[in-house]
Design a protein around this ligand. Structure first.
Ligand SMILES: [Zn+2]
Length: 305
């Protein structure tokens, strides 16, 4: 049997093997045990280059995980997560990401690869090919499309739904939201905030098409002052979310924001839902005109007194 060449191809191959194995042994399909899978599969298919080490190491801050050849030159490999990261979901996603590098990139990178926290959100192949490929692999392996679609069918997606999915697949909340972003026809955005600024953001395709997205990560943008993310609201308020009027978030539209904070509040994850229909050009012109008239009235009112 020939070996797959694409991230999706590899994920589908492993999913088939796993599904068969789990059906035979009557095991639940999810979550996927990446550690066991990586070792068993690599030993059988690549006996000269098996993965013999899966686990955590105390890596430097900002490094999420790595693919590492055994320094003894035996040809063995290790897939590692940063053990200072406590979230089991993030650890599991990282292991799947590193397994993706092992399957797809180890020949081109015999010295191994180190992946940062931000690399785990690099889902855009045009920007960072190998990181996006590793993420695509991890996403398809841990959250197969058929099951993912089944889980969200007929449901209004919110932070609670996404949290349940993150638990089901043992992935981070961010990974579950990003997965949904890649398949939804909704106009949505995920915004990750750090210390009052936007660390990175990602718009779904339909939102991107209406021109609403934050530019390159190099540009420093503050979280909007009126957003839940900037106000560090309590957990329940943030999770439940609010309907903001136009003008709080990017684009002149009302936005539903739901935000959760990591323990210690060092990071916020916001899910923004825009109206299904983008305003037409005519409506946009109207809105702008209204704003101008408003400003004019205020000016006249103020100067008339
Ligand atoms: Zn990577």
């Amino acid at each position: 049997m020939s070996l797959p060449k694409t991230p999706q191809g590899w994920a589908i191959r492993l999913t088939q093997i796993l599904s068969l194995h789990k059906a035979v042994h009557g095991l639940p399909r999810f979550p996927i045990d990446v550690a066991g899978l990586a070792q068993d599969f690599s030993r059988q298919v690549f006996p000269d280059a098996p993965i013999t080490m899966v686990g955590g190491l105390d890596l430097s801050k900002g490094i999420e995980g790595m693919l590492m050849p055994n320094p003894d030159g035996s040809g063995e490999w290790g897939i590692i997560y940063n053990e200072t990261v406590r979230s089991p979901g993030r650890r599991n996603f990282t292991l799947a990401h590193e397994l993706g590098h092992y399957l797809l990139h180890r020949q081109l990178h015999p010295q191994g690869l180190q992946c940062t926290n931000r690399n785990m959100a690099d889902w855009d192949e045009a920007r960072n090919k190998i990181e996006a490929e590793a993420n695509t692999f991890a996403s398809y392996l841990l959250m197969p499309l058929d099951d993912f679609r089944e889980q969200i069918k007929g449901r209004i997606v919110d932070i609670d739904v996404m949290t349940k999915l993150a638990d089901r697949y043992a992935v981070s909340l961010t990974a579950a939201i990003l997965k949904w972003m890649t398949i939804t026809d909704k106009r949505a955005m995920i915004v990750v905030g750090k210390e009052g600024f936007i660390d990175w953001a990602w718009s779904s395709e339909p939102l991107l098409k209406s021109g609403i997205f934050y530019r390159a990560r190099q540009i420093v943008t503050e979280l909007p002052a009126a957003s839940l993310a900037a106000q560090e609201v309590v957990w329940d308020t943030g999770r439940h979310g609010v309907e903001h009027p136009a003008g709080v978030w990017l684009g002149n539209e009302p936005v539903r924001e739901m935000t959760v904070f990591s323990p210690g509040n060092e990071m916020s994850i916001s899910l923004l839902l825009y109206p299904d229909q983008a305003p037409s050009r005519w409506e946009m012109a109207e809105l702008e005109e209204e704003a101008t008239v408003d400003a004019f009235d205020k000016f006249m009112g103020a100067s008339g007194r």
